[in-house]
Design a protein around this ligand. Structure first.
Ligand SMILES: NC(=O)c1ccc[n+]([C@@H]2O[C@H](COP(=O)([O-])OP(=O)(O)OC[C@H]3O[C@@H](n4cnc5c(N)ncnc54)[C@H](O)[C@@H]3O)[C@@H](O)[C@H]2O)c1
Ligand SMILES: [Zn+2]
Ligand SMILES: [Zn+2]
Length: 396
């Protein structure tokens, strides 16, 4: 089959790889019909290179058709239309029972001390072959896959794999109450969808901040008070957000930017260093040194009102990033974060995908739909935020 394969920093190729086969009784093989490119893939594309190996198949946002099931998979039949959550979870361990599927104790990657295995996401998360491919082997298919109805285009359901539950969790963890206020840093797919979910769940003030004018415009079209902060100092940004929130700051801030924030020169230098070092040393630097670009997170600490909540949904990876503990303590900030527990939120979201009204605007969410073969161009375009790209769906 054809698959998108990581070959080196900023180099992905579409290559022939062996077809996936059933290996465990609870595996399934799914033929992929649409598969997203995520901001998380951009971390692998460049800064997480030390944890990648040439030949790794990327991708974790698929929808497709079940082609084969193992003997223990009784919940799926050949021909079912399914979305596959990006985290691989067993559905019956202590963590899964708490709705913490991203911490599944059956699939945790003990070698690296990390949480549940993820599709297409580095050695740290099990080096599981990913979903930007014609077909995917799905471990724990007796729990993970979400059956969805025939009829609507893939766009309607594909975001259940990641974007929708991730944004949903970001908003729920932000603890935004009806009538409350939230600022969302970053208006990529995750931040954009977080704004939509916050509005849907009744927030009265939703402020979105980004440095890419098209993304700001896109959020504004959905009723978000969106601000282009590319030419603003942090002081001016904080001032504008205060003015929009009764002088106090929002009840909650969602950081949907993560480790590659613009405007963090020291972190940027560290990222460039990791790129120049041999993998073994760069790996240690990433794990032991603070290499995250923390501009957005620091801004979140400043923006949120006293006693408010910060929900970090952007991915961070440094181990000794310095934090302003005095500000966090003095402002009595509540901090929540983590990979989305995809399965935890699916039943809450599905009703919003079943009618014709499409309240979250998923049908028009993708800015680009491209053949799998164009993945190298798609990655380049999405990383550089060219051609108005926000969400790219690849069609194997
Ligand atoms: N927690 C999870 O389960 C989960 C799931 C999916 C994605 N993510 C993470 O969410 C983050 C966003 O993903 P995405 O797909 O939306 O990707 P993205 O890279 O397209 O979005 C990031 C956005 O942040 C903006 N930005 C950069 N610096 C900024 C700053 N200083 N202030 C404000 N905005 C800034 C960028 O212009 C961009 O629009 C990534 O870190 C990704 O890894 C987490
Ligand atoms: Zn993703
Ligand atoms: Zn589990």
């Amino acid at each position: 089959m054809r698959a998108v394969v990581w070959q080196g920093r900023r180099r992905v190729e579409v290559q022939d790889v062996p077809d996936p086969v059933l290996r465990e009784p609870n595996d399934a093989i799914v033929r992929i019909t649409s598969t997203g490119i995520c901001g998380s893939d951009l971390h692998l594309y460049e800064v997480m290179a030390p944890f990648m190996e040439p030949g790794d198949i990327l991708g974790h946002e698929p929808i497709g058709i079940v082609e084969e099931v193992g003997a223990a998979v009784t919940n799926l039949s050949v021909g079912d239309r399914v979305v596959i959550p990006f985290n691989i979870a067993c559905g019956h361990c202590f963590m899964c029972d708490q709705g913490l599927q991203s911490q599944c104790e059956t699939t945790q990657v003990h070698e690296h001390g990390t949480g549940a295995a993820l599709f297409g996401y580095t050695k740290l998360y099990g080096q599981v072959p990913g979903a930007q491919a014609e077909a995917l082997r799905v471990p724990h298919a007796d729990f993970g896959p979400i059956k969805v109805p025939e009829g609507p285009a893939d766009d309607r359901f594909v975001y259940l794999s990641d974007v929708l539950p991730t944004a949903w969790q970001a908003v729920r963890y932000a603890d935004v109450s009806p009538g409350g206020s939230v600022a969302v840093l970053g208006l990529g797919p995750i931040g954009d969808m977080s704004c939509r979910v916050a509005l849907q769940l009744g927030a009265s003030t939703v402020i979105g901040l980004d440095v890419v004018p098209e993304r700001v415009e896109r959020a504004r079209d959905r009723g978000v008070n969106a601000i282009d902060i590319s030419d603003l100092t942090d002081k001016d940004t904080i001032e504008q957000v205060r003015v929009a929130t009764g002088g106090r700051g929002p009840d909650a801030v969602i950081d949907a930017v993560g480790m590659e924030a613009h405007g963090a020169p020291l972190g940027k230098l560290a990222h460039q260093m990791t790129a120049m070092l041999p993998n073994s040393i760069a790996e240690k630097l990433m794990q032991r040194a603070g290499v995250d670009r923390l501009a957005a997170l620091h801004l979140a600490f400043e923006l949120v009102r006293r006693g408010g909540t910060i929900s970090v949904v952007g991915v961070y990876g440094g181990m000794t990033d310095p934090l302003p503990m005095m500000t966090l303590f003095d402002k009595q900030i509540q901090l929540r974060m983590g990979q989305a527990n995809v399965r935890r939120w699916v039943d809450d979201i599905l009703p919003l995908l079943s009618g014709d009204d499409d309240p979250l605007g998923v049908d028009g969410f993708a800015t680009h739909r491209m053949p799998l073969a164009e993945a190298p161009h798609a990655y380049d375009m999405f990383q550089k935020k060219q051609d108005g790209s926000v969400k790219v769906l690849l069609k194997p």
